[in-house]
Design a protein. Structure first.
Length: 315
């Protein structure tokens, strides 16, 4: 897979309805500061009545992007994905649209049963996959374990960037909405996220964090982001551009984490003490490697500058 399509490059993934007329500007002219990845949504963000208009708008957009990619390339663009409404729409898009400028599809309501349908449509394309875990099956540990094992050995594995956790859909299944003053981790989603990390993490699947729909409550957002990082999630869905900077900052690495990670990966000691805690390279090596990759992409926070500093990319 192209290194541009690393899960760490997702950052704050902004969802935009396919009906919006300014998507081309957003992609081609970097209208939104810090935007690393974008999902053009044909599912929940678009009403059934607006689907024809959304598809027409998307068709024009794809023509513009395709021509722009031919003339200028897409290295400076955010990663661009489309979220179709269902498998039938995904099949239609692949058969009827020029998706050469698109990096992949976000697969809604993804299950083990829908995997062969999606792969049959996408196998012969260049498109990468980002399945969304947001159905009733997600609450079932056995079904999630079966899905994880199936994905490990499936031909799609090398084109699967990350698994997205669909928080609002999962909360809807249990007839709940997140309380305004609490994080998702204070709800039943806390169990779900922990379970998904325990099942998919050991198999090296990347997981992204659900959206925080309380756009103006920065305290809840900050607490939730710290928990996202503590659970090893690689990015977070955003529904408003104002959320991007907070997500980017949360993904930066503290100087202490960076120092520990370097020592863990370079130490010849079996155990050593650092910053008041035990470091054990044999058991902390995978954590250290992910910290350095995160620092490469997002940079290191400094005490002098609350916005931190950004490191030069490592080739």
């Amino acid at each position: 897979m192209d290194t541009r399509l690393s899960p760490w490059n997702l950052g704050a993934t902004l969802y935009m309805p396919a009906t919006r007329p300014d998507i081309a500007d957003t992609i081609l002219h970097r209208k939104i500061t810090g935007l690393r990845s974008l999902v053009i949504c044909l599912e929940d963000a678009v009403s059934e009545a607006d689907i024809p208009r959304a598809l027409q708008n998307l068709h024009r957009l794809l023509q513009v992007l395709s021509q722009a990619k031919k003339t200028q390339g897409n290295r400076d663009w955010p990663l661009v994905f489309i979220r179709p409404r269902h498998t039938e729409m995904g099949q239609w898009l692949i058969a009827n649209c020029d998706l050469s400028a698109i990096d992949g599809l976000v697969l809604p309501k993804f299950t083990l049963a829908s995997l062969p349908v999606w792969w049959n449509a996408m196998a012969s394309t260049h498109l990468c996959l980002m399945p969304t875990l947001e159905t009733e099956e997600v609450f079932d540990v056995i079904q999630m374990r079966e899905l994880a094992q199936s994905l490990v050995s499936h031909p799609c594995h090398d084109r699967l960037i990350a698994l997205r956790i669909g928080g609002n859909d999962l909360m809807n299944i249990v007839s709940l909405r997140r309380p305004r003053n609490l994080t998702l981790y204070d709800s039943p989603m806390g169990y779900v996220i922990k379970m998904l990390v325990a099942i998919f993490g050991p198999l090296d699947f990347a997981l992204t964090a659900p959206v925080c729909e309380h756009i103006d409550d920065q305290d809840v957002m900050a607490r939730e982001l710290s928990l996202d990082i503590a659970h090893g999630l690689v990015g977070k869905t955003a529904i408003h551009p104002t959320q991007i900077a907070m997500i980017e900052k949360a993904l930066m690495v503290s100087p202490g984490e960076h120092s520990d990670a370097l020592r863990i990966l370079n130490s010849t000691q079996a155990v050593f003490k650092s910053q008041g805690a035990m470091c054990e390279p044999a058991t902390h090596r995978r954590w250290a490697a992910s910290v350095l990759e995160r620092a490469r992409v997002y940079g290191i926070l400094t005490e002098q500058s609350p916005d931190g500093i950004r490191l030069m990319p490592v080739s």
